[in-house]
Design a protein around this ligand. Structure first.
Ligand SMILES: NC(=O)c1ccc[n+]([C@@H]2O[C@H](COP(=O)([O-])OP(=O)(O)OC[C@H]3O[C@@H](n4cnc5c(N)ncnc54)[C@H](O)[C@@H]3O)[C@@H](O)[C@H]2O)c1
Length: 326
C-alpha cells in the first residue's frame, strides 16, 4: 500500500506543444497546482504564469514536483520517464510509451525500482462506448475482430514539427502515432495475440516522410484480430472496431455501439480540450491518475499496460511479410 498524500501536490508539464496545452487546460479545469513548465522552445512558455525552464532535468531538481506530465516528441519519452522515476517523481506520459523494444524493459525496471507511479495516456480507454463493450464482453470469448483507422495527414501536418515523419524521432508513422489508440482498444477488448504477419508502406507521402503512411496486420494465436490503418484517407473517418463472439456481432464507433441490431448511443459528458479526434478521455484519465496518487492506490494504465500496444506495433514493424512472435 502506498502512502496517502494529504498536501496540495505540485505538478509540472514538459513540452507545451499541441497536447501539452491540452494537459494544461485539463489541469486548470481540475484546479490542479501547476508550478512549472518546460519547453526547449521558450516562445511556447510565454502564456504560463509560473516557473519556466528549457531543461527538464533542472526543472525536476529545482521544483521537486509530485507529478510530471510528459508531452514531448516520441523519442524523448523513455529517458524522461526513467529520469522522473529515478527521482521518485510520479510521471504521466503521453503515448507512445517509447519507440523501441529495448526501452520497454528499461522503463519497466525503472518503474519497479521507483517509489513513484508511471501512468500512460491511453485516454480512449475512458470512452463510454469502449467501457460499455469491455463490460459487455466480461465472461465471453471473442472469436475474432478487426479495426480500421482511415485518416488524413498531409505534408503541412508533417512539416509542422521537426520530429514528425522521421524514424529516429517519431519511431514510425500512422501506426505508432494516429492508429495506436484503436489498436490498443482492440487488444484491450479481445486480449493479446501471440503472433503477427504484417506489412507497412508509404503510398502517398514518399517525398515528405520516411515512415509508413499505411499498415496492415493480421494478429493470431489465442486471441485474433486484423488491423488496417492509413493516413492517406480523404479525411478523418470515424474509427471502427468490429468484434464477433459466438452469440454477438458488435460494431464499435465513437460514441456509438451497434450490439447485434440494437443501436446504443453514448452522450459525451466531458469537454473537448483538444482536436475532436483526441476524444474527451484526457479529463477522466488525468483526474483518475491524480486520485490514485493522492489516495495511495495503483493506477491501472501503468508501464505494463502501456507496453502491450507497443509490442503489437514493434511486431508489426518487424514482420515485413513474415510471421513473427510478439
Ligand atoms: N493522446 C492523444 O490523443 C495525443 C494527441 C496528440 C499528441 N499526442 C502525443 O503527445 C506528444 C506530443 O505531441 P504534440 O502533437 O503535442 O507535439 P508538438 O510538436 O506540438 O509538441 C511537442 C513540444 O515538445 C517540445 N520539446 C521538444 N523537445 C523537448 C525537450 N527536450 N524538452 C522539453 N520540451 C521539448 C517542443 O518544442 C514542442 O513544443 C506525442 O507523443 C504525441 O504522440 C497524444
Amino acid at each position: 500500500m502506498r502512502a496517502v498524500i494529504n498536501k496540495v501536490m505540485k505538478s509540472a508539464v514538459i513540452g507545451l506543444g499541441v497536447i501539452g496545452n491540452v494537459h494544461l487546460k485539463v489541469l486548470n479545469s481540475l484546479n490542479k497546482n501547476v508550478v512549472a513548465v518546460c519547453d526547449t522552445d521558450l516562445s511556447k512558455l510565454s502564456d504560463f504564469n509560473g516557473n519556466k525552464y528549457s531543461d527538464y532535468v533542472e526543472m525536476i531538481e529545482k521544483e521537486k514536483p509530485d507529478i510530471v506530465h510528459i508531452c514531448t516528441p516520441h523519442y524523448l519519452h523513455a529517458q524522461m520517464i526513467i529520469d522522473c522515476l529515478k527521482n521518485n517523481i510520479n510521471v504521466l506520459c503521453e503515448k507512445p510509451l517509447c519507440i523501441n523494444e529495448d526501452d520497454i524493459q528499461k522503463i519497466l525496471q525503472a518503474e519497479k525500482e521507483s517509489e513513484a507511479q508511471l501512468g500512460v495516456v491511453l485516454q480512449n480507454r475512458y470512452n463510454n462506448s469502449n467501457l460499455f463493450v469491455k463490460e459487455y464482453l466480461k465472461g465471453k470469448k471473442v472469436a475474432d475482430g478487426f479495426g480500421i483507422v482511415d485518416w488524413h495527414r498531409n505534408p503541412s501536418y508533417y512539416n509542422s514539427a521537426f520530429w514528425r515523419g522521421k524514424t529516429a524521432t517519431e519511431g514510425g508513422g500512422v501506426l505508432i502515432n494516429q492508429a495506436l489508440h484503436t489498436l490498443d482498444i482492440l487488444q484491450w477488448l479481445i486480449g493479446m495475440p501471440e503472433k503477427v504477419v504484417a506489412n507497412v508502406n508509404n503510398f502517398t507521402l514518399k517525398d515528405v516522410i520516411e515512415v509508413e503512411d499505411s499498415a496492415m496486420a493480421c494478429f493470431s494465436g489465442k486471441n485474433k484480430f486484423t488491423f488496417f490503418a492509413t493516413n492517406t484517407g480523404a479525411l478523418d473517418f470515424p474509427v471502427e472496431i468490429t468484434i464477433r463472439t459466438a452469440e454477438d456481432y458488435i460494431k464499435l464507433l465513437p460514441e456509438m455501439v451497434i450490439l447485434n441490431k440494437e443501436v446504443i448511443k453514448f452522450e459525451n459528458q466531458n469537454n473537448f480540450f483538444g482536436k475532436h479526434c483526441y476524444g474527451t478521455g484526457h479529463e477522466n484519465l488525468i483526474d483518475d491518475f491524480y486520485n490514485c496518487i493522492e489516495q495511495g492506490k495503483k493506477f491501472w494504465l501503468d508501464g505494463s499496460e502501456g507496453s502491450k500496444v507497443m509490442k503489437l506495433i514493434f511486431g508489426t514493424y518487424k514482420s515485413k511479410g513474415e510471421i513473427v512472435d510478439i
